[in-house]
Design a protein around this ligand. Structure first.
Ligand code: ZN
Ligand code: ZN
Length: 447
């Protein structure tokens, strides 16, 4: 009698476990990263966006996505993919200098940026996915070609300059095929023109809006393809941007060439809302005082005095002195060979980002749809460090330690979202299946 009971219970546990595994295997995630897509681009009354409108009906949107500081691309790509603040993941800017390695990281396609140590302070979601036996396909995604903690994604289509809309269409049809064939668990597609056109012509400019409309048509098609391909029960889409964009019509330059000369510093990095200086040995005090008195709209900080709220200063890559401009001021550093790596960075353009993370122009977007997301739901703005938890839950990944909190985003998801791994479901996968199998075998053989 007891053995029948044990047999029954173990059978029951086994069925639940298998069901959990099947449910988990079925969940797929596609991440679309639209660079520089400001939170309010979607709400322009004269912009017809049927694709985004459909997503709002079938999915969720938060009022905005708050970027981390500095509100530049690399820190935010990495915060989204790791759930960590800048100081914790180490990608502290688009231009970095590592005092230990004596090497610079320059945005674009310069070879140093593929060195693993720039990335190894944290583990992005596509690397965790691979380590936990899932397949990730990343398209133009910054850093996907890098070996991080000894691992690479299943496939990376490297970034070679801003992907065109045709590139976007091509890779979208590629990743959708991978999802249909169950080859991909995680897909990531990076699209940059929303940032580039914002820089070149300004936020809400006609060329940018035309591009957003063309992108919108692709999103409309995506919602249709998901149904046609029978993916509605398993494919989840997360659409987000790394930061927003400020209009620079009234920009004012702060040109440091007039007060700093080549004998003052070893390294100086970055034109824009913030710049970093590594003074020559023995020159720190002199350079700091010179800079402090230079311009009332440029705030000058020694590393330890940077505001705590930026979650920025506690990383060895932060410079001894950082200059931070108020919007719409723009710092020009003395020019050095090889820096910046892109000509366009020498002068501010019509749109700029990198200002304070509380500035509303720096906010990005977050939308989601699919079985794990509520339908027709609009939530309050959230920080981008929280998104990582949703990614891990959809994919059933054991998360790395992160700065997010589940209660901030729990209102966005449905009960179809698999439970957090690391709690009950890890236990289910790791212990209960073998234990119940063992009990099943024992009861069959012994009684
Ligand atoms: Zn960006
Ligand atoms: Zn940009």
């Amino acid at each position: 009698m007891a053995s029948t009971k044990v047999l029954g219970v173990s059978m029951w546990v086994l069925i639940i476990c298998i069901k959990t595994v099947i449910a988990r295997e079925n969940q797929q995630l596609l991440m679309l990263l639209f660079d520089g897509f400001r939170w309010d681009y979607l709400d322009q009354p004269d912009l017809h966006l049927p694709g985004f409108r459909r997503i709002l009906e079938i999915g969720i949107r938060t009022d905005y996505l708050k970027p981390v500081y500095p509100t530049l691309s690399y820190p935010n790509y990495y915060s989204i993919a790791t759930g960590l603040y800048t100081e914790n993941h180490g990608m502290i800017s688009n231009y970095m200098y590592d005092e230990v390695e004596k090497e610079s990281f320059l945005i674009g396609t310069n070879p140093e940026q593929y060195h693993s140590y720039w990335w190894n302070q944290a583990e992005p979601v596509w690397i965790s996915a691979e380590k936990q036996k899932l397949n990730s396909y990343m398209y133009f995604w910054p850093g996907c070609e890098v070996t991080i903690r000894d691992v690479k994604p299943t496939q990376c289509r490297p970034y070679n300059g801003p992907p065109s809309l045709d590139d976007f269409k091509r890779v979208m049809s590629d990743i959708m095929r991978k999802f249909v064939n169950n080859e991909a668990d995680l897909g990531g597609v990076y699209y940059e023109l929303t940032d580039k056109l914002g820089h070149d012509y300004g936020p809400k400019s006609k060329p940018l809006n035309d591009n957003i409309q063309a992108l919108d048509a692709e999103l409309f098609k995506l919602t249709e393809d998901i149904v046609k391909m029978g993916l509605n029960d398993r494919l989840n889409i997360m659409i987000f941007s790394d930061h927003g964009m400020a209009d620079m019509t009234n920009r004012t330059l702060i040109n440091m060439a007039s007060i700093l000369n080549r004998n003052d510093y070893d390294v100086i990095l970055e034109n824009g809302p913030l710049s970093s200086v590594w003074p020559k040995p023995g020159k720190h005090r002199e350079v700091y005082h010179k800079l402090r008195q230079f311009h009332r709209k440029m705030h000058v900080y020694e590393r330890e005095d940077l505001p705590e709220r930026y979650h920025y200063k506690h990383n060895a890559r932060v410079a001894p002195i950082t200059m931070i401009a108020e919007k719409p001021y723009y710092i020009l550093t003395p020019v050095k060979p090889n820096y910046p790596s892109r000509k366009s960075d020498f002068q501010p353009r019509m749109g700029v980002h990198g200002y304070d993370d509380t500035d509303i122009d720096m906010r990005g977007i977050f939308l989601g749809f699919g079985p794990s997301f509520k339908a027709h739901y609009r939530g309050p703005g959230i920080e981008n460090i929280h998104l990582y938890q949703i990614m891990c839950r959809i994919l059933g990944l054991i998360p790395e330690s992160h700065n997010g909190t589940w209660s901030t985003i729990s209102g966005l998801v449905t009960d179809k979202l698999p439970p957090a791994v690391g709690g009950a479901s890890t236990l289910t996968l790791t212990y209960l299946i073998p234990i119940s199998l063992l009990v099943l075998i024992c009861t069959t053989l012994c009684f």
